[in-house]
Design a protein around this ligand. Structure first.
Ligand SMILES: C[S@@+](CC[C@H](N)C(=O)[O-])C[C@H]1O[C@@H](n2cnc3c(N)ncnc32)[C@H](O)[C@@H]1O
Length: 299
């Protein structure tokens, strides 16, 4: 049963204030879509009468805030998330496993933050998936911009000069991790290639897809893609082709760049630029792409 009327009738503010969105992800993810949550709610609620939404599929899951929102607010019966990055995957696998979820939550709350301890954790070669998950959480919190790609350095001053402590909220992190365990019957995580998952679910009419790929088309996004993710290259024309062949509904997000408009036009997709604030609090536009975006402006 799909629930929820939240934000359905209210006009969406010009720039979404992320503080108004429940934070459910254990990551601070570069390119994270917390700010898009009110749009995703509106999209899913506006189309729920069309057919039962059995599956919600996120082939480029990253920090997974959209999947977590969908599962928590019962906007679909089951969520499937895919991510290629092995470190990110370790966190999802550990959090969704009954045996290791509590271990991770306790490891976080018992960790004593200091530069020496953080460096020691980051220097380890994890022996198993849950140790790798803990290392990833520590790295994601303690490096500049939460960037897990190789080459990112530890923060020094942090907020208000509090250094590493300004980024470590152990009780909050543990609560978010424990909450994920409660969803494990309605959430499947796959460590793999999102493009393969799209192809596998192509003919599934009751599946809905949220597609937020790493953006690496020539232009301003190229550098950003390289800097932000270990896996930053993708066959974007092929992704558009797969999207065009999906029987189910989909919503894609991309940087608002001309090569992306060209691909959308080639497939007859609708586009809509919406303002957001990037991690440096600068306003920029993000592009929504789908077959029909009438719901964006029709409450
Ligand atoms: C823009 S981010 C997704 C952010 C996410 N929507 C969030 O809110 O946190 C894109 C993600 O795709 C992942 N990725 C890159 N290539 C992939 C592939 N072929 N299959 C699955 N995931 C991939 C990257 O590691 C990155 O985490």
């Amino acid at each position: 049963m799909i629930q929820g009327t939240l934000f359905q009738d209210a006009p969406l503010p010009k720039v979404i204030n992320v503080a108004s969105v429940p934070q459910r992800s254990p990551f601070r993810y570069p390119g994270g879509k917390t700010w898009l949550v009110p749009y995703v709610r509106r999209w899913l609620l506006s189309t729920q009468h069309l057919h039962p939404r059995t599956l919600f599929i996120e082939p480029f899951a990253g920090g997974g805030i959209i999947s977590l929102t969908v599962v928590a607010e019962r906007l679909a019966e089951h969520v499937v998330m895919v991510e290629l990055d092995a470190d990110v995957a370790a966190v999802w696998q550990t959090a969704l496993d009954k045996e290791t979820n509590e271990w991770l939550a306790c490891r976080i709350t018992s960790f004593e933050v200091s530069y020496d301890n953080v460096r020691a954790v980051l220097a380890e070669t994890p022996r198993d998936t849950h140790e790798r998950a803990f290392q990833t959480i520590v790295k994601n919190r303690m490096v500049h911009g939460g960037i897990l790609a190789p080459g990112s350095g530890l923060i020094k001053q942090g907020e208000n000069g509090r250094g590493l402590h300004s980024r470590w909220y152990p009780e909050t992190l543990a609560r978010r991790i424990r909450a994920i365990a409660a969803y494990r019957d309605r959430m499947t995580f796959i460590h793999g290639d999102g493009l393969e998952l799209l192809a596998a679910y192509q003919k599934e009419i009751s599946a809905t897809f949220f597609i937020d790929p790493p953006y690496t088309v020539e232009g301003k996004g190229k550098k950003a893609g390289k800097r932000l993710y270990a896996h930053h290259t993708l066959d974007h024309p092929y992704l558009f082709l797969l999207a065009a062949q999906l029987h189910g509904d989909f919503l894609m997000t991309y940087d608002d760049a001309s090569p992306v408009h060209t691909l959308a036009q080639q497939h007859g997709f609708a586009t809509h630029a919406i303002p957001m604030k990037n991690t440096h609090h600068a306003k920029q536009d993000e592009l929504l792409i789908s077959r029909d975006l009438a719901w964006v402006s029709q409450p």
